[in-house]
Design a protein around this ligand. Structure first.
Ligand code: GTP
Ligand code: MG
Length: 366
């Protein structure tokens, strides 16, 4: 599961990426590896892990991780090949969700490709390139399906869907706001197009330091981003990439002091990482013990055996049952047996849908 960091050139994407990978690496002491200079594995901040790890005095605490990809800036005309545009668009096609960085900070030393700070225009520039690229994909598919539909009447239905999605995009809207008809075929077709504008998106409004304390409330640029995002049901996070980069250099204590000075409880980055995780439809269940306390990533809606399979395929194959306790109950009663006495530990079978924050113990037999 990967998120791509997308935006115009020089808006702070790499600055954000660097602080993400660095903070992720340090805050949770996760040995992040750079797969490629542009891909970073980032630990998902999770206070539950620390609390459970302390309770069990775990030798090791292992967070969940997600991947971020730093994608080079897109410019107007990218979908027509401007500025290596097609290559960058191909990079975006490979990610599962998008963090769209929008410049909301003033700084005459940092060049803006279009000469002024104007988030609404900037977002539109990027989104139009994504839309153009998607229309091209649809056109190719339409040509193919139209040809086949002459022989195969069942394809008329897909052709109709394609034309409908295309019309939606041509009206300047993103595919993610298109309401896919409730029909198994149509849902599967739509998913198979892998449209850029269908990918879930978070807008990251990159502000100056002074706008952080009140979450950009006094910044008209941020307001513009919020308005645009609201229209497509996307979330907005206010960050200051430059400050985040500085914070990423600090140790835990220094960081806490620094954030307090800024009037913040949590860095914007931490909020952004958590939101990105949930944007991907991911949740964590936990395992806890003396050897290791760990967060395991699953998709929302995953049942117990498949969740167990994240640990080892034997756990899934030989799944018998799971003991489940919410992390809060475990923390409150300080041991599994005490929580059990209170009747707070459930015994669940194959149909149990695992919840975020469940602490799981699997019984299996192979
Ligand atoms: N004042 C200020 N400058 C910033 C901030 N974020 C980034 N910058 C500066 O803006 C310049 C561009 O930042 P990058 O992170 O390299 O921008 P980018 O979006 O990755 O640019 P491309 O890779 O060229 O598309 C750098 O000089 C940064 O130091 C910020 O929050 N405030
Ligand atoms: Mg960059």
């Amino acid at each position: 599961m990967k998120l791509g960091i997308v935006g115009l050139p020089n808006v702070g994407k790499s600055t954000l990426f660097n602080s993400l990978t660095k903070a992720g690496a340090e805050s949770a002491n996760y040995p992040f590896c750079t797969i490629d200079p542009n891909v970073g594995i980032v630990a998902v901040p999770d206070e539950r892990l620390k609390l459970l790890g302390d309770m069990y005095q775990s030798k090791k605490v292992t967070p969940a991780v997600i991947e971020f990809v730093d994608i080079a800036g897109l410019v107007k005309g990218a979908s027509k090949g401007e500025g290596l545009g097609n290559q960058f668009l191909a990079n975006i096609r490979e990610v599962d969700a998008i963090v769209h960085v929008v410049r909301c900070f003033e700084d005459s030393n940092i060049v803006h490709v279009d000469g002024s700070i104007n988030p609404a225009r900037d977002i539109e520039t990027i989104n139009f390139e994504l839309i153009f690229s998607d229309i091209e994909i649809l056109d190719r598919r339409i040509a193919k399906v139209a040809k086949q539909a002459r022989m195969d009447k069942t394809l008329a239905k897909e052709l109709e869907l394609l034309e409908d999605v295309k019309a939606h995009l041509e009206s300047g809207k993103m595919a993610r706001t298109y309401e896919v008809p409730e029909d198994e075929d149509k849902e599967a077709w739509f998913a198979s197009y892998n449209l850029l504008t269908a990918k879930p998106t978070i807008y990251a409004a990159n502000v100056a330091e002074e706008d952080l304390a009140n979450d950009g409330a006094d910044n008209a640029n941020v307001a513009a981003v919020r308005e645009l995002a609201a229209a497509e049901n996307s979330e907005v996070f206010v960050i200051c990439a430059q400050i985040e980069q500085e914070i990423a250099e600090l140790n835990e204590d220094e960081k806490a002091m620094f954030l307090e000075d800024l009037g913040l409880k949590e860095s914007g980055l931490e909020k952004l990482i958590k939101a990105s995780y949930s944007l991907l439809g991911l949740i964590s269940y936990l395992t806890a013990g003396e050897d290791e306390t760990r967060a395991w990533t699953i998709k929302k809606g995953t049942k117990a055996p498949q969740a167990a399979g994240k640990i080892h395929s034997d756990f899934e194959r030989g799944f018998i049952k799971a003991e489940v306790v919410n992390y809060k109950d475990l923390l409150e009663y300080k041991s599994l047996s005490a929580a059990k006495e209170k009747g707070l530990v459930g015994t669940e079978g194959k149909e149990y849908v695992v919840k975020d924050g469940d602490v799981m113990l699997f019984r299996f037999n192979v």
